[in-house]
Design a protein around this ligand. Structure first.
Ligand code: AMP
Length: 456
């Protein structure tokens, strides 16, 4: 395809983006199928790592990842975990907001689309974990806008994965369980496909559980071995910590293919002018022992989400595994054991989310309107307001939570509900809005507040 055909038309291309904790990718619809847009070097996914080098240049991707050890104070990885926070991130002596750093990753991906489509305005569908709060979604949208995209939509990662799979299975009416274990977050959703309508029934997860945590478990294991042998904890040395983290990820990935790995690092840190290294063997069983509790949490979430969807295990027709961490054999083993059948292996764990975002983009642009595919999503948290509520039979107190839109309601949605003022003759009310599941708002997530006045 040549670039001119795009530039001639008065047409605004739309792309789908997986802005991942560990890796990111961009895709579009070509001839009715989603396709990854590769980098000029041919990479289909790039590490979500940003480096500001000694000359002040911004470098994103593999080269930035390679600098994590050499220039830890100039490199940022896993910034997605900080999205939605107002705390700036220190990089190369500058303080940037998480969305500003994410924007640099999106800008890099945008440059791949610019090569393909030319320098025209572009729309984007960007994915987020189903479990992202409203603030995290807004921060993601802002990152997209800072990168120069018109952000058409923010969609949930498991929905995107199901869309990518669903496009090829339009005529099969079935329930899918999408298990998405990536670098930074875990999401699990039950999705129903019925006559081309893809409907998310329930979603749950943990935004602080993923391959990054497995790496840190290994870092701790390495550090404990070094303490045993040398009495030195390398984690106090920022460079040593970065080096061990890098080695931990490599070891973890090797253990997906091999039964054991020899870890050999001649120089991890220096103490009293003496170099201290690490030379140790770890086997798959030992690694599994480190992550088994975390995998157990994901299994608990599977039970919860199936229950929330009002289904039982036997109703689930297919299990789709998404996210790089589902390459760990123990993950597949536990899922297969749980469902009594192996998960699908024709879903590309690293690309499914970006491809699905492109499918959503294609549904919006009309490129896929003949497919008959329609997707709906659900609210991951209950949304409601603060009200007066009885406390242990001792009378009413402020700070109770009244859910107006319950968790797992299909969105978009509008709900009306009548509430009354707390006191007779009250002419103004302050309405505080929260997301969450606790009956008291202080345990939920505050979204904002507005004041309502009675008409004179
Ligand atoms: P994602 O966020 O989906 O890109 O997933 C990235 C995570 O998957 C990172 O924590 C990677 O270390 C991890 N990962 C990638 N490949 C493998 C593998 N073969 N075995 C175990 N973990 C992997």
């Amino acid at each position: 395809m040549n670039n001119m055909s795009y530039q001639d038309a008065a047409f605004r291309p739309i792309v789908g983006i997986d802005l991942g904790t560990t890796n990111s990718a961009i895709a579009y619809i070509r001839n009715g199928k989603p396709e990854i847009i590769a980098s000029p070097k041919g990479e289909r996914i790039i590490p979500s790592v940003v480096l500001i080098d000694l000359k002040g240049r911004v470098v994103v991707g593999q080269d930035a990842k390679d600098s994590l050890v050499a220039m830890p104070d100039r490199t940022i990885a896993a910034v997605k975990r900080r999205m939605g926070s107002d705390d700036p991130v220190e990089i190369a002596g500058q303080a940037l907001l998480p969305q500003e750093i994410s924007a640099l990753i999106l800008k890099e991906l945008k440059s791949y689309a610019d090569r393909l489509f030319g320098d025209v305005e572009k729309e984007a569908v960007i994915t987020v974990p189903a479990y992202f709060t409203d603030e995290q979604r807004r921060a993601t949208k802002q990152a997209g806008e800072l990168a120069g995209f018109i952000v058409e939509r923010i969609i949930n990662e498991p929905t995107a994965a199901a869309l990518a799979f669903g496009l090829d299975h339009l005529n099969e009416d079935r329930y899918y369980l999408v298990y998405d274990l990536g670098g930074g977050a875990f999401d699990v959703s039950v999705v129903e496909m019925c006559s081309g309508l893809l409907e998310v029934k329930a979603s749950t997860g943990n935004r602080m559980l993923g391959g990054e945590d497995f790496d840190w478990k290994l870092v701790d294991w390495f550090a404990e071995r070094m303490i045993e042998r040398h009495g030195v904890d390398p984690r106090g040395d920022i460079r040593a910590k970065a080096l061990l983290k890098e080695e931990a990820e490599k070891t973890k990935i090797l253990l997906s293919d091999q039964d054991s790995v020899n870890v050999m690092l001649p120089l991890v840190t220096v103490t009293g002018n003496k170099p201290i290294g690490l030379d140790i063997e770890i086997n798959r069983g030992q690694f599994v022992g480190l992550i088994e509790d975390m995998l157990g949490e994901t299994i608990d979430s599977i039970h919860a989400v199936i229950k929330e969807a009002g289904l039982s295990f036997s109703d689930i027709d297919e299990v789709l595994l998404v996210g790089g961490s589902t390459r760990i054999p123990r993950v597949r083993e536990r899922i297969a054991g749980l469902f009594g059948k192996p998960p699908r292996n024709d879903v590309h764990p690293d690309e499914a989310v970006a491809l699905g975002a492109a499918v959503q983009a294609g549904l919006k642009s009309g490129a896929l309107s003949d497919s008959g595919l329609v997707a709906t999503d659900v609210a991951p948290f209950s949304m409601g307001i603060a009200v007066m509520k009885d406390w242990k039979g001792m009378g009413e107190r402020p700070g109770g939570f009244a859910a107006v839109i319950p968790k797992n309601t299909t969105i978009p949605v509008t709900r009306n509900q009548t509430f009354y003022t707390a006191f007779p003759g009250q002419t103004a009310v302050s309405i505080e809005i929260y997301q969450g599941e606790h009956e008291w708002v202080k345990h939920n997530h505050r979204l904002g507040e507005f004041t309502g006045w009675s008409k004179p």
